[in-house]
Design a protein around this ligand. Structure first.
Ligand code: COA
Length: 161
């Protein structure tokens, strides 16, 4: 990473924080990948078990991710809406976001009395190697979601390896 990146966390009642995350998501998912804006802004944005992350540096906001604790399974946390602005890519911002997602997921698990949680993701096919490089197991089967090929990915967090 050539410039230090900071990561801010926003809770679902923080409209200004969510607006920062959504500005990046619109730029990446809506403008770049053609996802319909209403599909990107789903009700999980304001669900009580959601945390929004925004990576930023002196130049401004760089990337975002959304951590959603599973409503039914205490040991499962979903990482969604991982996006880094095109001009900020391949300098470690995405990896820093994943690291913070994992810290948040483990904190959620600890609050639920667990020292291990599974991160569960639905990842865009083209980004599978990014997740593999971060230690995620990516499923063999591709499926279409919002007209884009995706695969499931997961990683057991907190495990002694
Ligand atoms: C995928 C994405 C989040 C990666 O963010 P990034 O900031 O560029 O990633 P990093 O710089 O932290 O890269 C970490 C590692 O993954 C690799 N990597 C990054 N993007 C990759 C990709 N698309 N395919 C394969 N490897 C990739 C990097 O080379 C780096 O490897 P290294 O540590 O060996 O050098 C970013 O490219 C992006 O937002 N893409 C568009 C939206 C998207 O696909 N989001 C994911 C939805 S599931």
């Amino acid at each position: 990473m050539d410039r230090p990146v900071k990561i801010a966390a926003f809770w679902p009642d923080d409209e200004a924080g969510i607006a920062r995350a959504r500005a990046i998501r619109v730029e990446v998912f809506v403008d770049e990948y053609g996802v319909i804006e209403e599909l990107d802004a789903d009700p999980l944005d304001t669900a009580p078990n959601t945390v929004h992350l925004v990576a930023w540096d002196a130049s401004g906001d760089l990337g975002t991710a959304r951590v959603v604790a599973d409503a039914d399974r205490d040991d499962v946390v979903h990482f969604t809406r991982v996006a880094v602005r095109a001009e900020a890519r391949v300098r470690g911002v995405g990896r820093a976001l994943m690291h913070r997602c994992e810290e948040v997921a483990l904190a959620v698990g600890r609050r639920r009395g667990l020292d291990r949680v599974t991160a569960d993701l639905s990842v865009m096919d083209h980004a599978a190697d990014f997740y593999r490089a971060a230690g995620y197991t990516v499923g063999a089967e591709a499926y279409i979601q919002v007209r884009i090929p995706h695969r499931r990915a997961h990683k057991l967090l907190g495990a002694v390896t």
